[in-house]
Design a protein around this ligand. Structure first.
Ligand code: PMV
Length: 336
């Protein structure tokens, strides 16, 4: 039996603009998905998942594509999570086949898989990437093969690419595999030296439709030169942001996050609940706050030295959950 874990992430800067070749800086947070893999005697996959949301619920899901979840969460989210598990196992089997030419064909080996996640599903915190990354690491190690975090990141990207029909950037999977803050610009991915960051996350309990939001920005960008300029300006913020990260200037990071949020708002991807949480965080003394991920609903990220527990956000109308989640320097890792 082998267990690996991998962190979720927030975007400090650059979501949406990254779609047009601008850089983005996602950052791993101390909220993890743990995947335990136990080799079976047959070629079946059996998946058990507890607590896939912050509220805590139980889902028993047997078989990769059949089973009845007994849960208070939309079946499409469960189906999506199971799609990532399937794709992760496929990539793990391929990685093992590439490394070994003796022993049984990895395609014929099945697994019992248990997922435990502290990352809410579908909320822009990279839950699917964390499950995919941890799943690939655990399944390969269960079969006696050790991949580097970079190899896990690449395999996880391929898994997401397959599940999302080619609509995947390397941001989530690279960040989850490597930990810390990372720079992603097209296929160029690297880690960035960073100070500890006082990250607070607020979650409105919902999720935006990423495809529709990306399409909306694309249309604005085609229609208005100033929308295209806005996307480029976000790229400039990301470049400034990298310098602020390297010099450990949290006040400057906050200012740049505020600026980034304003531009995302202008591009039409914020929402009332996200804006409320952003303002509540600022009013409570945060250095800066912005939406994270596709927007439309979901999560905001704030930098706040003073708010130890995310209390300021928790009592904001529209905020369902808020928590402190420091930057996580560890990416994927083996768990005892
Ligand atoms: O909501 P998330 O974490 O899946 O992030 C979406 C980020 C976008 O830039 C809007 C889309 C993308 O594929 O990069």
């Amino acid at each position: 039996m082998t267990t690996s874990s991998a962190p979720g992430k927030v975007y400090l800067f650059g979501e949406h603009a990254v779609v047009y070749g601008e850089p983005a800086v996602p950052c791993a947070i101390e909220r993890r998905a743990r995947v335990t893999v136990d080799r079976r005697d047959d070629d079946l996959l059996r998946v058990h998942a507890d607590d896939l949301s912050l509220d805590g619920f139980t889902v028993e899901y047997s078989g990769a594509s059949e089973g009845t979840p007994d849960v208070a969460v939309s079946e499409s989210l469960i189906d999506a999570a199971m799609g990532y598990v399937d794709a992760a196992v496929e990539q793990a089997r391929a990685a093992v086949a590439e490394r070994r030419d003796d022993g049984p064909d990895p395609e014929t080996i099945g697994f019992d898989i248990t997922i435990e996640s502290e990352i809410p599903l579908g909320a822009g915190l990279g839950s699917s990437a964390a499950v995919t990354v941890a799943g690939i690491d655990a399944a390969t190690r269960e079969l006696g093969v050790e991949l580097s975090p970079e190899e896990v990141a690449d395999r996880a990207f391929r898994a997401e690419y397959d599940v999302q029909d080619g609509e995947a950037s390397r941001a989530d999977t690279f960040c989850s595999a490597m930990g810390g803050a990372v720079w992603v610009e097209g296929d160029e991915c690297r880690t960035i030296e960073t100070p500890d960051l006082p990250i607070v996350v607020g979650f409105d309990g919902g999720a935006g439709d990423t495809g529709a939001l990306v399409a909306g920005v694309r249309q604005l960008r085609e229609e208005y030169g100033f929308a295209a300029d806005t996307v480029e300006a976000i790229g400039d913020i990301v470049r400034e942001g990298e310098q602020a990260l390297q010099s450990g200037d949290v006040a400057e990071l906050g200012r740049l996050m505020n600026f980034n949020h304003g531009l995302l708002e202008a591009l039409g991807v914020s929402s009332r609940s996200l804006d409320r949480m952003v303002w509540a965080a600022r009013d409570a003394g945060a250095e800066g706050a912005k939406l994270t991920g596709a927007g439309g609903g979901g999560c905001v990220v704030a930098l706040d030295e003073t708010d130890e527990t995310g209390t300021a956000l928790r009592f904001t109308p529209g905020c369902e959950e808020a928590f402190r989640a420091e930057l996580d320097r560890d990416g994927v890792r083996a768990e005892p």
